[in-house]
Ligand binder design. Structure first.
Ligand code: GLY
Ligand code: MN
Ligand code: MN
Length: 499
């Protein structure tokens, strides 16, 4: 069936009727071979079962999100919301506008009354349009000629193990029994879907906004303990990150020579991040000299100077969207000065104390407490901390040491670099560490060049060391230990990369 030519941007040549009639003809049929199941699809059903058990009899709506405009009619690369990726197994670049719906199923109990049994999962997405459709050649966002062949309903079902339906069926599916089935959604990921659900709620007697918040909390807490697949992916992310760091280390002399060396380091790392994975898991921080004392220095436009340090906080996000988060602080000329080494060794001692405290049964905050005590002790021994260590560590009346390390020591790591961020305080900041959790340990000491409390030879030195660890019932397992941490080992490693 041929169609009318579609509306086009002003710069584009209109399609003639002859083209519209001609374009659908003589294409090989789509392959009948089904694609392989996604690696995460084996693990996603257990995750969906947990959501089902937490919200019996309720409808759960989890959108992937939409393409986001970068400029005019060009979009950022698509990255699905992490809750959607977690529950579907869909990873890099999949699947804009898709929505996962867990529909409660009911069976009759002995009294003939409906009783909730479990949920049926359906993935609503935009399947490929036939080549007779103008989308095929004229839709730059979704058309096969522009962005490649999309999956059919059957192909997406084979990849995810989910029942699939076309996205245009979603509004009707959501309005079915809306007043009788409580509906919770991951809000503010897909604006038009949020509006649709809120409108349905208004028409059906209002909404309790806290119900969506509870879902967000549950989905975040569901990711606190990683399954075997997630641990494997996080290891892969750390291994790819090692490759990226090695390449940056090898290129430091070139980065010095070329000028804007921070950007050079950023670019070299991101080359490997794109090559080995989906990209970087967060904006790389490549901060040389005093820039290291700006915690989120992502402008990365500075030169590299011989004799300075460069703090590189960089992580590869693999195709399944799990990310590493690793920091190394490197001497640009290959060896630490005595002043740099003094700060470096203090940070390393703090990190070792934090890692030693990180085991199942300990509190999450024990890791920070152990690391920050070492930081405060060094600051005191150097005559910088203006009060005794215990006074500074007093959480209510102290905190002076925080001038030189204002951030926390740890956060959960996973699909999001700051994973599980909606988890309740009692399960996160005030919670216990449990086997299978993955956290960072990342103390630092930051002496700004403008800090008059700091001896002159230490001003402008900023050091952070960050590793990713798995909590076990014994010593923590380092995922990022392929990269050196001891100062001597860092120097030897730099020399090897540059040989
Ligand atoms: N790279 C962000 C962080 O370390 O938390
Ligand atoms: Mn980091
Ligand atoms: Mn971190």
């Amino acid at each position: 069936m041929s169609q009318k030519a579609p509306q086009l941007p002003n710069r584009q040549t209109p399609f003639s009727d002859a083209f519209v009639a001609f374009i659908p003809t003589k294409w090989a049929p789509y392959s009948e071979e089904m694609p392989a199941a996604l690696p995460a699809s084996e693990f996603a059903p257990a995750r969906r079962d947990a959501v089902s058990a937490a919200f019996p009899g309720e409808r759960i709506v989890v959108p992937a999100g939409n393409l986001v405009v970068r400029s005019n009619d060009t979009d950022y690369n698509f990255r699905p919301h992490s809750a959607f990726a977690h529950l579907t197994g869909l990873g890099a670049d999949r699947e804009p506008d898709a929505v996962l719906v867990l529909e409660p199923t009911f069976v009759e109990n002995e009294d003939g009354k409906p009783e909730c049994s479990s949920h049926e999962a359906t993935l609503y997405f935009k399947p490929r349009a036939p080549r007779t459709d103008a989308e095929f050649y004229a839709d730059a966002r979704y058309g096969e000629m522009w962005v490649g062949q999309r999956e059919s309903l059957e192909e997406m079902a084979a990849m995810t193990g989910l029942q699939t339906r076309s996205l245009h069926e979603l509004p009707n599916a959501l309005s079915q029994k809306f007043g009788r089935i409580p509906t919770r959604m991951v809000r503010d990921v897909d604006a038009s879907l949020t509006t649709l659900v809120d409108d349905l709620r208004r028409r059906n007697g209002g909404a309790d906004p806290s119900s969506d918040d509870e879902l967000a909390v549950m989905l975040s807490e569901l990711r606190l303990i990683k399954d075997d697949f997630e641990l494997e992916q996080l290891q892969a992310a750390c291994d790819a990150t090692t490759v990226g760091f090695e390449a940056v280390a090898a290129d430091l002399p070139t980065a010095v020579r070329n000028g804007r060396g921070e950007r050079w380091c950023e670019g070299v790392f991101e080359l490997h991040a794109r090559h080995l994975g989906n990209g970087v898991g967060y904006g790389s921080i490549c901060a040389s000299g005093d820039h290291a004392n700006t915690l989120h220095w992502i402008r990365n436009d500075g030169d590299l100077h011989e004799g300075d340090l460069i703090l590189c906080d960089m992580g590869v996000e693999v195709d399944t969207l799990y990310t590493a988060d690793v920091t190394r602080t490197l001497p640009i000329s290959g060896t630490f000065t005595p002043a740099q080494r003094k700060v470096y060794d203090a940070v390393l001692a703090a990190q070792n104390a934090g890692i030693a405290a990180a085991r199942a049964g300990a509190s999450f905050s024990d890791v920070h407490d152990a690391a920050i005590r070492v930081v405060a002790e060094h600051l005191h021994a150097w005559g910088i901390l203006p009060v005794p260590v215990e006074e500074s560590l007093d959480p209510v009346n102290g905190g002076q040491h925080r001038r030189w390390m204002v951030h926390g020591t740890s956060h959960h790591l996973g699909l999001d670099v700051h994973d599980c961020a909606q988890a309740r305080r009692e399960f996160y900041r005030d919670g216990k560490l449990r086997e299978g959790m993955v956290i960072t340990v990342e103390p630092g000491i930051y002496f700004k060049s403008t800090d008059l409390l700091v001896p002159e030879e230490l001003r402008g030195i900023g050091v952070r060391i960050e590793d990713d660890i798995v909590i076990t019932d014994g010593e923590a397992r380092l995922l990022s230990d392929a990269l050196p941490r001891e100062a001597d080992d860092v120097e030897a490693w730099l020399a090897r990369q540059q040989a």
